[in-house]
Ligand binder design. Structure first.
Ligand code: ATR
Length: 276
């Protein structure tokens, strides 16, 4: 996805994967800086650890409490900090700037892949783990009017509901299924990853005919039992591939300072994930 995006932008950069153990993360970031990398993406478990390892946190990383993108920067002749590729001279001092592109990607995937405006939306959210928390906070921030949180371990949903209510008093947050229809149902549990998994939804308590659109954060398999049932019920559906795409596209924009070639990146990602 990233290399296809770089090629489409005409940039002679390469995106490469490195396997780094958590105890070496600080050294790995320092090494990338010494080699004048443009930037880095970080994945689990590095996203939380990196919060204390970057020189500067963007508001996105601060709010979500995790860093998934780093940009290396240095000062230009006027003293303004710039991405390294914009500097003509070799920099004396390089700083690390941490961002988070995951949360925005959730909102964008729902908006664009499901064609659903989030402002005013009533939402049922399944799952209150790491992904569920990020989704709940983003949905509240983006103007969802009602959030109904459902989780196997009810106490975690209750804790999350409290946190959302404190940060976004304007949102009506409840634990459990609503009695009325909603615009959106989001699955942020891991149910559906393995074949034979049960539905993450109790469809006697809350039937899918009560929902317009269903977003499943899982993208492999491409169609989980939940998405299949929702499609058969006539709901608009999308899987989690869009989240992967949009977090990557946003990271590329942070590094390159230009709009990401979304269609090219999506095609490469689909080929990589679902192709032969
Ligand atoms: P992630 O970072 O992907 O969110 P996580 O924090 O481990 O991972 O959260 C996994 C989510 O899937 C949780 O909401 C979890 O419910 P619990 O909080 O009760 O553990 C949910 N989950 C996992 N396996 C499940 C199962 N068999 N039935 C119902 N929910 C399940």
């Amino acid at each position: 996805m990233q290399n296809a995006g770089l090629a489409a932008l005409g940039l002679d950069w390469r995106y490469v994967a490195f396997d780094v153990s958590p105890e070496n993360l600080r050294e790995a970031i320092a090494g990338a800086k010494a080699m004048k990398f443009i930037g880095l993406n970080l994945t689990v478990p590095h996203k939380l650890l990196a919060l204390d390892m970057v020189d500067l946190l963007d508001a996105s990383a601060h709010t979500w409490g995790a860093v998934n993108t780093i940009r290396f920067e240095a000062q230009d002749a006027r003293g303004a900090w710039q991405p390294l590729h914009l500097l003509e001279e070799s920099p004396k001092e390089i700083r690390t700037h941490g961002f988070n592109t995951d949360a925005d990607a959730i909102a964008r995937a729902i908006r664009e892949d499901l064609d659903l405006p989030l402002r005013g939306a009533r939402v049922v959210l399944l799952g209150a783990g790491g992904a569920g928390r990020a989704a709940a906070l983003k949905l509240a921030e983006t103007g969802a009017s009602e959030l109904h949180l459902v989780n196997r371990t009810r106490s975690k949903a209750e804790e999350l509901a409290q946190e959302i209510q404190q940060r976004h008093a304007e949102v009506d947050v409840r634990v459990g299924y609503p009695k009325h229809a909603v615009e959106l149902l989001v699955n942020a549990t891991s149910l559906g990853l393995k074949s034979g998994d049960a539905l993450p939804l109790d469809d006697r308590a809350f039937p899918l005919r009560n929902v317009d659109a269903v977003y499943d954060m899982i993208y492999r398999p491409a169609e989980t039992p939940l998405l299949r049932a929702a499609r058969e019920e006539g709901c608009r559906v999308a899987n989690g591939l869009g989240m992967l795409l949009y977090q990557g596209a946003k990271a590329l924009e942070i590094w390159a300072g230009r709009p990401a070639p979304i269609a090219v990146m999506r095609a490469a990602l689909e080929q990589n994930v679902y192709g032969e």
